[in-house]
Ligand binder design. Structure first.
Ligand SMILES: [Zn+2]
Length: 495
């Protein structure tokens, strides 16, 4: 992989001391040579995130930032314990650090606000967050601050956005490119069939983004070309399920790494003539579709074939409610605060200008129950589901919204907790293209672990019993968490 991914791979190799070398490492430390700092979490029940059953009485051996070994406690030899920091994890359950697969912490850059959000994430068991389009100038700084432990935050990965020129009147893009022209900056590029995509993808990578988000006003041919060039340059494409005119089936066939927002899967089932009327501006709004249409099975088949992850973002569907969605006679854009990407006030606390309601196109009507049913169908069809919220944790909540997304996946979609935990860790890692580095508790993976007092297989409430989050081998005890006052944010609640 190119760029950042390569750098991570090198750091993993440099830090890793395989289990077989543990005694040699211990010997080296005794001899006065510099060895890795070793931490042993002893006595935990481990759910490793691979889908394997829980294992009791395990020790997780961490060297610097990396998991060196996971062994039964009674196999811990004196030479391994020598010089190690031992954390008594007996009675605790270890799960992979959670991956928040869809958030927005810098739609409008606000450092204090972003730190407030990310701090709550980390102490809620989240060790990685994928930001799905915002002001990259701010995101880069937050990423750096987290990496060098200037702030308590998950690892922050982010996207550079591409969309058709029509999209860049959206006030969110104006906020995220404040001072510049949205569509004409490297992290928010307007693309058409005439765009030099080799250059566009290279510019996107130059922002330190590790994914290209395709959002709207893109046809199937252009999306396929973006995906192909991104593949060539080693950066994943994260697409909305529907980037009208390209609908869910075309998006799935383009071979993108991840698709966001389950409701728009139904776009494939909109009759062609109705969809065409929408594209031609003769019709707009929500249309009823048969969400059991076999064409949606074709979408799932293409996603499975291409290894595409679905981040369903159920929580935002529930939160906003279909009633409010239905009240909006517009398509391809949403009002401030509506489902999908959260909107923010403009600079100086001014409300953003109203969204252009002349946008063309139709969208599938999708009630909350439909969103659950579609997610369940995707899961049953073997599509990888990731857990992402689209942001918007209430400011006074002491736990991140991701816990709620996990609850919805378990209770409303009907996924067993073992599968939900895999969704909330490993599948998030797959979406990021980091599945060889994070997302499971296995030797060679980053030491990203959440320790819970209660059994996570018993239900999602257990996430509130988080005692300790370990990120890259650093310990963050829940007892040290302080929510604090949410910083002032002009015009809206924190995401
Ligand atoms: Zn979003």
């Amino acid at each position: 992989m190119i760029g950042r991914g390569g750098w991570i791979a090198v750091s993993v190799l440099a830090a890793l001391s395989p289990a077989g070398d543990l005694s040699a490492q211990a010997g080296a430390r005794e001899g006065g040579a510099e060895g890795p700092a070793r931490t042993i979490f002893r006595g935990a029940t481990v759910i490793d995130g691979t889908g394997a059953a829980a294992r009791d009485g395990m020790a997780i051996i961490v060297e610097d930032e990396v998991i060196a070994a996971v062994v039964p406690v009674d196999e811990l030899g004196a030479e391994v314990l020598e010089g190690a920091e031992v954390v008594d994890a007996s009675g605790w359950h270890a799960i992979p650090g959670l991956v928040e697969a869809h958030t927005h912490v810098a739609t409008m850059a606000n450092r204090a606000q972003a730190e407030f959000i990310l701090n709550r994430y980390l102490y809620g068991g989240i060790t990685t967050a994928r930001d799905m389009a915002g002001d990259v100038r701010s995101l880069m700084d937050l990423q750096r601050a987290s990496l060098v432990k200037e702030i308590d935050a998950p690892d922050l990965l982010f996207s550079a956005l591409m969309a058709g020129p029509d999209f860049f009147t959206d006030p969110r893009t104006v906020s995220s490119a404040a001072g510049e022209t949205p569509g004409a900056v490297t992290w928010m590029q307007a693309v058409t069939g005439d765009t030099d995509l080799v250059e566009a993808v290279t510019l996107a990578r130059g922002t330190w983004a590790t994914g290209i988000k395709t959002y709207a006003a893109i046809d199937g041919e252009l999306l396929g070309a973006i995906a192909a060039e991104a593949r060539r340059q080693g950066i994943p494409v994260w697409s909305h399920v529907h980037v009208g005119p390209a609908r869910s089936l075309e998006v799935a066939r383009a071979g993108v790494r991840a698709m966001s927002h389950v409701c728009d899967l139904g776009s494939a089932a909109i009759p062609d003539d109705v969809f065409r009327e929408g594209q031609e501006g003769r019709r707009s709004g929500f249309v009823d579709v048969d969400l059991n249409d076999p064409v949606i099975d074709s979408v799932f088949a293409a996603m499975r074939r291409n290894g595409t992850v679905l981040d369903a973002t159920l929580r935002i569907v529930v939160q906003i409610g279909q009633r409010r969605m239905a009240a909006i006679d517009t398509v391809g854009a949403r009002p401030p605060g509506a489902a999908g990407d959260s909107a923010r006030a403009g600079p100086g606390g001014r409300r953003p200008p109203p969204i252009d309601r002349r946008r063309r196109g139709v969208r599938p009507r999708c009630e909350t129950a439909d969103a659950f049913a579609l997610t369940r169908r995707a899961w049953e069809a073997g599509v990888m589901i990731a857990a992402g919220t689209d942001g918007m944790t209430p400011p006074d909540s002491v736990f991140p919204a991701l816990h709620e997304e996990i609850r919805l996946l378990h209770e409303d979609v009907g996924m067993p907790m073992l599968d939900v935990l895999k969704a909330a860790s490993y599948h998030g890692a797959v979406a990021l293209g980091l599945e060889d580095e994070i997302g499971t508790i296995e030797p060679g993976r980053k030491a990203n672990i959440a320790f819970l007092r209660e059994d996570p297989l018993a239900g999602p409430e257990s996430l509130r019993s988080v005692e300790l989050t370990v990120k890259r081998g650093t310990l963050y005890y829940r007892r040290d968490f302080v929510l604090g006052e949410p910083p002032e944010r002009p015009g809206g609640p924190p995401g």
